[in-house]
Design a protein around this ligand. Structure first.
Ligand SMILES: NC(=O)c1ccc[n+]([C@@H]2O[C@H](COP(=O)([O-])OP(=O)(O)OC[C@H]3O[C@@H](n4cnc5c(N)ncnc54)[C@H](OP(=O)(O)O)[C@@H]3O)[C@@H](O)[C@H]2O)c1
Length: 248
């Protein structure tokens, strides 16, 4: 089982719901301090109430799509407030099913803001050695199997996630000499709010694809927390598919 100390601080984005919330709770249960970022303050407070060690959960309300270019400076401000970071899990994301003929440029940009530009700028922040603890620092990004194999209506979402997993691979190689690790996890259907933004009949049709059923948040968060821990100290530049073998 991975273990951490409260001197080890991790940023988790998307910590108010779904996979990000479970990553924050699991890291905290295993003994880490967690700086939790999302837009919904009420949901972040509920998450903190559920934590095993709430005194080591720190809430930061922020829209990460807002002024994305400022993210490295924002992370530097958080470093001044809390101290250097041991790592980060970028779990914030969005996506909806829409045919290409119905997509306009603003919608395309909006999805890329949170699914690609924001995590990219977060990676840029962690490429700066003033931000992190150096050797052993670990960053994990949630991509998606859609980046590799997608269905109709996923052109925007799949494109944003493919851009993310491709960039993370390169950034990992740039930063490995600092001992800082960057990996992606790519889930398929996980039972969260995001999955249920698709029409019910699509969710039901999807469920039939999975011999082990739709995934649970813990199926993803366990791997993310392992990758953040020192147990994974020789693993970098990888992209782990989590789909119970149903898609890839
Ligand atoms: N669920 C799946 O089937 C599945 C499959 C493959 C990949 N993924 C990926 O997994 C990640 C987590 O998704 P999920 O399924 O856990 O969805 P979710 O339950 O809807 O959670 C998404 C999280 O992202 C945060 N978020 C969204 N936009 C944000 C913004 N502009 N600024 C700050 N925070 C923002 C949300 O918080 P607020 O609303 O409070 O801001 C929420 O905490 C996403 O990247 C998603 O693409 C999910």
């Amino acid at each position: 089982m991975p273990h951490f100390s409260f001197e080890q601080r991790f940023i988790v984005t998307g910590a108010s719901h779904g996979i990000g919330k479970d990553v924050a709770l699991l890291l905290n249960e295993y003994g880490a301090s967690v700086i939790c970022i999302a837009r919904n303050l009420n949901s972040l407070s509920i998450m903190k109430d559920e934590a095993k060690h709430p005194e080591y959960i720190f809430i930061e309300q922020k829209d990460l799509s807002d002024n994305v270019g400022y993210i490295p400076k924002y992370i530097n401000e958080l470093k001044d407030k809390y101290g250097k970071f041991q790592g980060m899990a970028f779990c914030a994301g969005t996506g909806e099913v829409k045919p290409v003929r119905a997509v306009n440029l603003d919608e395309l940009r909006n999805v890329f803001e949170i699914n690609f530009f924001a995590p990219y700028m977060m990676a840029k922040a962690f490429a700066d050695k003033r931000i992190h603890n150096g050797w052993g620092t670990s960053c994990v990004f949630i991509s998606s199997v859609a980046a590799i194999r997608c269905d109709k209506g996923q052109s925007v979402y799949a494109g944003s996630k493919a851009a993310l997993s491709a960039s993370v691979k390169s950034i990992a190689r740039e930063c490995s000499s600092m001992g800082v690790r960057f990996n992606c996890v790519s889930p398929s259907a996980i039972n969260t709010r995001l999955l249920h933004t698709s029409p019910q009949e699509i969710v039901e049709k999807q469920a039939e694809l999975y011999p082990m059923g739709i995934g649970d948040v813990r199926d993803v968060s366990n791997l993310i927390v392992y990758l953040l821990s020192n147990e994974a100290k020789w693993i970098t530049s990888q992209n782990y598919i989590i789909d119970c073998g149903a898609i890839l």
